[in-house]
Ligand binder design. Structure first.
Ligand code: ADP
Ligand code: MG
Ligand code: ZN
Length: 372
């Protein structure tokens, strides 16, 4: 199956296609409609959340020769037409009036000087000349001060869009000259919705539970979720098992069954269960890691249900419900003590002649302490 990288193929071409970031979209589209464009914007936030996408959309919209009206009755719209020559050139990455610079690879003064000198010239064919400066926190000192001078008195045809994943590294003097937007991590449902759209467009079928697991593993970045989906589609994956294989994940179900047995407070069935997993080819070290993760989720759920954002918890809805039921009758102190015991065990496993022995000891010890 030939797979074009999804994130390039389906980069949103209209503001309507952007998922989340409502505050950014609302403010920018109002500015486009009313013609009140700033000369400098700063887009801050995690990777894969739409910064470059929205920067290009803004560039497109303000230079579009044929912007669509807001409603059939007229009024000023904000969506680019995606058909005029300006829009088409931007889509193809060939516009002379949209300059994109990646500060990660051009940190030098020379490039910025060239750029700031180039700014004096009016746009080739459009109303605005737009400069997107990606990873702006990586500019060198010299380059930054050259940029600062330009931002102090930008010509009326220039629009700067600085993007960064590390806002704290941007000089306050730069920040204060820009209109700033904070891009947030995307919510689980938003990412799932986006993946569903792409799967439909690719005319494939992938289980809902599988999409949920992909979204959970994306850390709130749509781009990372799309990259994972790419791999899954290339591999012909359809269900949750395929994805676990692909991600090399230990089955949460096994971990959850292990905890069920542990809750019955008898050591021997737990040890027997552990050894069965290993006999079947399970890696004890990987199992220990998953167990620790699972206990951590349990602890988070116990101390603060408000922390139970699925992105933090990393569990599907069913898995979370199951875990919630398991921790009802266990105290916070017991969970954290068990967690510490298994963490120690995981550490010792590297040096143990019998890899699972530290785990077995941790099982016994955790039950002894609870009996007191
Ligand atoms: N908010 C979003 N809505 C829809 N798609 C998004 C969004 N954020 C990211 N994407 C997807 O991820 C890809 C990369 O996003 P991009 O805007 O380059 O992220 P950033 O610049 O914040 O790292 C886009 O082409 C798009 O497919
Ligand atoms: Mg980007
Ligand atoms: Zn257009």
């Amino acid at each position: 199956m030939q797979n074009l990288v999804l994130y390039r193929k389906y980069r949103p071409k209209t503001f309507g296609e952007v998922v989340g970031q409502e505050h950014v979209v609302q403010t920018l589209t109002n500015a486009i409609s009313s013609g009140t464009i700033s000369h400098a914007y700063l887009f801050a936030g995690q990777r894969g959340s739409g910064k470059t996408t929205i920067a290009r959309l803004l560039a497109k919209a303000i230079n579009c020769e044929n912007r669509k009206p807001a409603s059939p009755q007229g009024g000023n719209g904000f969506e680019p037409c995606n058909e005029c020559s300006s829009c088409l050139e931007i889509t193809k990455g060939q516009s002379l009036d949209l300059v994109e610079i990646d500060a990660a690879s051009h940190t030098g003064v020379d490039e910025i000087r060239e750029l700031t000198e180039g700014i004096k010239f009016v746009p080739v064919k459009s109303k605005y000349k737009v400069f997107i400066l990606d990873e702006a926190h990586q500019l060198s000192k010299g380059a930054t001060s050259a940029l600062l001078k330009t931002l102090e008195e930008p010509p009326s045809h220039a629009v700067f869009i600085l993007a960064t994943t590390e806002l704290h590294k941007i000089l306050p003097t730069i920040i204060s000259r820009c209109q700033r937007f904070d891009f947030r991590k995307l919510k689980l449902e938003e990412i799932i919705g986006r993946l569903e759209t792409l799967v439909k467009k690719e005319q494939c079928s992938v289980d809902g539970a599988a999409l949920e697991l992909i979204a959970l593993n994306s850390g709130g970045s749509i781009r990372d979720a799309e990259a994972l989906l790419d791999q899954v589609l290339a591999f012909g994956g359809k269900n949750i098992e395929d994805i676990k294989d692909l991600l090399g994940m230990v089955d949460i179900k096994l971990v959850s069954q292990f905890i069920d047995l542990l809750l019955q407070k008898k050591a021997s069935p737990v040890i027997e269960f552990l050894n069965k997993i290993i006999e079947k080819g399970g890696d004890p070290q990987e199992f220990a890691k998953s167990l620790i993760n699972y206990l951590r989720y349990g602890l988070i759920l116990k101390i603060g249900p408000e922390l139970s954002n699925p992105i933090i918890i990393g569990l599907t809805k069913e898995e979370k419900e199951k875990l919630q039921a398991q921790i009802v009758s266990v105290s916070e102190a017991d969970i954290s003590r068990t967690l510490k015991l298994f963490m120690d065990a995981e550490n010792k496993m590297k040096y143990s002649p019998i890899p699972q022995l530290p785990l077995e000891l941790a099982i016994i010890e955790s039950l002894q302490k609870e009996e007191k």
